[in-house]
Ligand binder design. Structure first.
Ligand SMILES: Nc1ncnc2c1ncn2[C@@H]1O[C@H](COP(=O)(O)OP(=O)(O)O)[C@@H](O)[C@H]1O
Ligand SMILES: [Mg+2]
Length: 250
């Protein structure tokens, strides 16, 4: 009955700046929701409150009915909440294969052995091959991440995060920095995510938002202005005025 993520009365201030004001938010298994809003609206802060990178001033965060607000970030990852790694956290000189190996070793508790030889972990190597295949990265397997195009690097980030096998996936601007000609790679990857995974996508690219989200939440000044289906949001005059500048023709 209480499956998924339930956020109630979430508040966060930075000094006098209120960046989350009484936010209520639900994410059920299989949901595809988007969080949109102008720069500085508090979207990344909201994501960080969910992952535990930031502590709220008040409010509750429940996962399958259990309060996770007091769990540390690493404990929330174990509970199934993951946000995509940022590009800077990838070990850029390491190959794509070596990068994807890390979260698998972490998840399966093999990381305490350090960099175990690949031939001793055929299961791990097989799983890496599966992730590489799923994200069309097989041909880049042995290439250092820093030598990949930016869009491909974002795919590696996504693969790394999914290798933790989260139940809640938060994507903070997955297409940022990706040339628009390549943004379909990101969209395709999101559309192929497991159906049971709950996804919250924070994104400026409205085409991508409309392609992957079935529910959109609009955040302005730390407050939810409105929410609804993509159709409702694109028709909402307040949204068009405040966020889209009245110019969006969706
Ligand atoms: N650690 C911080 N300390 C002080 N102010 C912050 C901090 N992080 C973000 N802010 C401010 O909070 C507001 C919301 O930021 P953010 O959540 O990053 O917005 P968004 O992701 O919607 O662009 C902005 O005004 C930003 O400058
Ligand atoms: Mg942000």
């Amino acid at each position: 009955m209480s499956a998924g993520l339930e956020v109630r009365g979430l508040n966060k201030s930075f000094g006098g700046l209120k960046v989350a004001q009484n936010i209520g938010f639900d994410l059920k298994p299989g949901d595809r929701k988007a969080l949109i809003g102008p720069n500085g609206a508090g979207k990344t802060t909201f994501a960080n409150l969910i992952t535990g990178a930031l502590q709220p001033n008040s409010g509750s965060i429940r996962l399958d009915g259990a309060d996770i607000a007091n769990l540390k970030e690493s404990q929330r990852v174990k509970a199934g909440v993951a946000k995509t790694f940022q590009i800077t956290t990838l070990f850029k000189r390491m190959s794509v294969r070596e990068n994807i190996r890390l979260p698998i070793l972490e998840r399966t508790g093999k990381s305490r052995n350090g960099f175990v030889r690949a031939d001793r972990n055929p299961d791990v190597e097989r799983e890496i091959d599966e992730w590489l295949g799923q994200f069309n990265l097989s041909r880049f397997s042995e290439i250092p991440v820093q030598d990949l195009a930016y869009g491909q690097q974002r795919l590696v980030e996504l693969a790394l995060t999914l290798a933790l096998r989260p139940r809640i996936l938060i994507l903070d601007e997955p297409s940022a920095g990706v040339p628009s000609s390549d943004s379909h790679i990101i969209a395709d990857a999101i559309e192929r995510l497991p159906g049971s995974l709950s996804v919250l996508i924070i994104e400026h690219d409205m085409k991508l938002v409309f392609q992957v989200a079935s529910h959109i939440v609009v955040l302005v000044n730390g407050t939810i202005l409105t929410e609804g289906t993509p159709e409702e949001i694109s028709r909402n005059p307040q949204v068009r005025e405040l966020y889209l500048g009245g110019r969006h023709e969706a």
